[in-house]
Write a protein that binds this ligand. Sequence first.
Ligand SMILES: [Zn+2]
Length: 74
Amino acid sequence: MSRQFENLRASSLYCRRCGKAMPVRERLLLILPDKEIYDYRCTVCADSLGQREVGAGELARHRLVSGLTGKPLR
Ligand SMILES: [Zn+2]
């Protein structure tokens, strides 16, 4: 089980219902003060194939990349 989670960022995951690696759709499931949770679903059968938590540190890095360089967030 844990082996496939190394590739959670990949655009395809193994789907048990389809019996092979399928392209997945990333959906924002939940926004928390310190993290966001994404849900990955098979684009064919819509089965949930995994979830990914993005912590505050990684979110901050995304914000930096998108242009708020150097400015502290309130
Ligand atoms: Zn599927």
